[in-house]
Design a protein around this ligand. Sequence first.
Ligand SMILES: Cc1cc2nc3c(=O)[nH]c(=O)nc-3n(C[C@H](O)[C@H](O)[C@H](O)COP(=O)(O)O)c2cc1C
Length: 216
Amino acid sequence: MFASSNIEIGFFETIESTRAIRNFKPDPIPDNLLRKVLSSAGQAPSGGNRQPWRWVVIRSTEGKAEISRLVYQAGQMAEEARRAGKDKRPRPASATESKEFHEVLLHVPVIIIACAQRPVSEGPHTVGPFGQTYPAIQNLLLAARALGLGGTITTNFRYMEKEFRNYLGLPDNIDPTCLIPLGYPANTGRDRHGSKTREAIEKIAYEEYWGQEISF
Ligand SMILES: Cc1cc2nc3c(=O)[nH]c(=O)nc-3n(C[C@H](O)[C@H](O)[C@H](O)COP(=O)(O)O)c2cc1C
């Protein structure tokens, strides 16, 4: 049990109830919970145990304002790319492209930029920056949920990757992969943990050969 958190839920309930949270209460995240979330993220597996994830944690008013501004511009660029037929995602491509989300970032308690450290050489065995960081990011989101917090993976900011790199001072061998807002869920609309829509395993798992129904 952690100070400022009277929530402690079981492993499977954590997995089954973790939702993407995009709106938050203004309450700050206590330092010990933030540390627990990041240390849980760091328990993830990685190739050769390189632990290539790095986190830039933004809590200052100025930092959030700058991130919000860049995310807004990223949304504009996504819109332009869509108009030019380069981004073929249906519109709106993601909930976080909205004007509201860019405003959310001004007030969310914490913004985390997940980053991947490049391996010394690339090949068929390497999984790219996303593969390197997603196990840790999922740990982070599950730990957040278990502590009563919430957040979501967002990727639209990468339309402004160069500007993010400059602002955050990222070295050349570090790639930003996700922007994660983190806080206590607003508990309004869909911004709450709970039941979610997922495919039944009969639809997504086969036995022995592709297309053969599972018998268990
Ligand atoms: C690789 C990946 C990228 C995602 N990108 C975004 C994003 O840019 N914006 C957003 O609002 N949600 C994003 N999400 C969150 C998904 O929209 C969310 O997990 C999905 O809709 C299921 O929502 P639920 O868990 O609340 O049911 C992303 C999730 C993943 C795994």
